[in-house]
Design a protein around this ligand. Structure first.
Ligand code: AMP
Length: 472
């Protein structure tokens, strides 16, 4: 099955092609044709299944064929959190790049005035959290009588957050003649009741949870006492001590991806990097180097790795525990494919503990702790003058000095590799951990173009999304 079999327009197929996705996920394959036929739908699916595209793609085509009515949103997507709303907006931008649709994001934490201005122009797609939408209603700033399509996403999370009464009220403000799609990971009674009341003869789709417990993957938590410096040391030992043929190392931030790759190269590892600051062609080129064996270690951010066909590696290392538990499932799913066994290590420093708890909550599994690292630890290097002092003396600066192993002390596996190259020192990260995202946390604001933001594909201030015209 390919995307072309689903009945989507050529423009959409082009946009999907640009992302690198070649095959629809099961939920996309079964939802898209029904949504295009204007059916109501209840989809029991959680994040990680590709559910967002399963409604965003057909919505774009449906909206592209209809006509807009002045000053009224034509469709509404309800999301439980700001962050999810922003992610959906990002999906609209990505898949709608060859269409000319407008979108507004209505979420808390943004100046209400800007949002009202955006609404006054009229939008094709309104993406909102229930709280902010109700707020605007109460101020008489919004009319939903032109909304012929409604998506209620993550309904069970809405229930947990106490949004169901708001959603019921919102439903009554939309025209009765409309298409409604409801997505929920589970179907507790109140959600079922909501679906019975507000959906008409819906098609029901249920997709399996993503394989969180692939038994081919041995998962380990690796406790690390310090921060990035200690983590890099541990990564090197893991990479040397195990039979690592190919590995992807995931980091939460672009800066960390760059720093780690540079450090690994400085230690003679054949590594490359992909992150959100590289355009798709550069990422694909790096991926090719990985596939054809020029490099055997790829340091990646979640966003950059998405949509790229990187599978079947022998090891996955989570340099940081991902902020989003779903990302953990995606990350480790890159190993242990098709009957092969794989190993996934997650480094857990002081900043990662909460993320690991959330991952274990999602997967319902406790990840075992690796008590002893495989292989030999690196020998400590003799103390050297502080870096600032060396710089003052205009010495040539080599790879992160406190880490680079002198050739005489190189381990067996290092001796197989080229000698460490002289590198500029990895820039010391001044970034503070961003543990403030998503369901578990709230997004931090105002980071667009800052180097230390998480590579979450959405690292900007919200106002940019408020009124986005999607053009080619
Ligand atoms: P979602 O369940 O919508 O949160 O999507 C989970 C992840 O899967 C996101 O990173 C999407 O970009 C990615 N994704 C969506 N559709 C596909 C596809 N057909 N093939 C590969 N990845 C996809």
């Amino acid at each position: 099955m390919s995307f072309a079999d689903l009945g989507l327009s050529d423009e959409l197929l082009r946009a999907v092609g640009d992302t690198g996705y070649t095959e629809p996920t099961p939920i996309q394959a079964s939802a898209i044709p029904s949504v295009l036929m204007m059916r109501d739908m209840v989809a029991i699916a959680q994040t990680g299944t590709g559910k967002t595209a399963s409604f965003v793609l057909p919505m774009i085509d449906i909206l592209a064929h209809g006509r807009s009515r002045a000053r009224m949103p034509r469709s509404l997507i309800l999301e439980p959190t700001r962050e999810l709303a922003a992610q959906v907006a990002e999906n609209f931008e990505q898949y709608g790049k060859y269409h000319k649709l407008s979108m507004a994001l209505l979420i808390g934490g943004v100046q209400m005035g800007d949002q009202v201005k955006a609404l006054e122009k009229g939008v094709d797609v309104l993406i909102a959290t229930p709280g902010r939408l109700m707020d605007l209603f109460q101020r008489g700033k919004i009319l939903l009588t032109g909304c012929s399509m409604l998506v209620i996403d993550e309904a069970d999370r809405m229930l947990d957050m106490g949004f169901i009464p708001d959603i019921e009220e919102i439903c009554t403000k939309l025209p009765a003649q409309r298409q409604t799609l409801l997505f929920s990971a589970t179907m507790p009674a109140p959600i079922k009741k909501l679906a019975d009341r507000f959906l008409t003869n819906p098609k029901t789709i249920e997709v399996a949870r993503p394989a969180t417990t692939n038994t081919n993957i041995t998962q380990w938590v690796v406790p690390v006492k310090g921060q990035a410096f200690e983590k890099r040391k541990v990564v090197r030992q893991l990479l040397r001590g195990e039979d690592v043929r190919t590995a992807i190392i995931f980091c939460n931030r672009k800066t960390t991806v760059r720093e780690l790759n540079k450090s690994l190269q400085g230690h003679g590892f054949k590594s490359g990097e992909i992150h959100g600051d590289m355009d798709q062609s550069a990422r694909i080129a790096e991926l090719e180097r990985f596939k054809n064996g020029d490099i055997n270690i790829l340091v990646a951010s979640d966003v950059a790795a998405r949509g790229l066909d990187v599978k079947g590696v022998s090891h996955v290392v989570n340099f940081d525990a991902p902020w989003h538990p779903d990302d953990y499932v995606h990350r480790i799913g890159r190993t242990g494919r098709a009957g092969a066994t794989g190993v996934a290590y997650t480094l857990v420093g002081p900043d990662d503990a909460e993320n690991i708890q959330n991952i274990e909550k999602l997967t319902g599994e406790k990840i075992k702790t690796l008590d002893a690292l495989p292989g030999e630890p690196e020998e400590e290097r003799p103390a050297r003058a502080p870096r600032r002092e060396r710089a003052r003396r205009d010495e040539p600066v080599a790879a992160p000095a406190d880490e680079a192993a002198p050739p005489s002390r190189r381990t067996r596996s290092e001796q197989r590799e080229p000698a460490p190259r002289a590198e500029a020192p990895a820039r010391q990260s001044r970034e503070r951990p961003d543990r403030t995202r998503g369901q578990y946390n709230e997004p931090r604001r105002g980071r667009r173009d800052r180097d230390d933001g998480p590579d979450d594909g959405w690292n900007g201030p919200i106002p940019d999304f408020l009124q986005v015209t999607l053009t080619s």
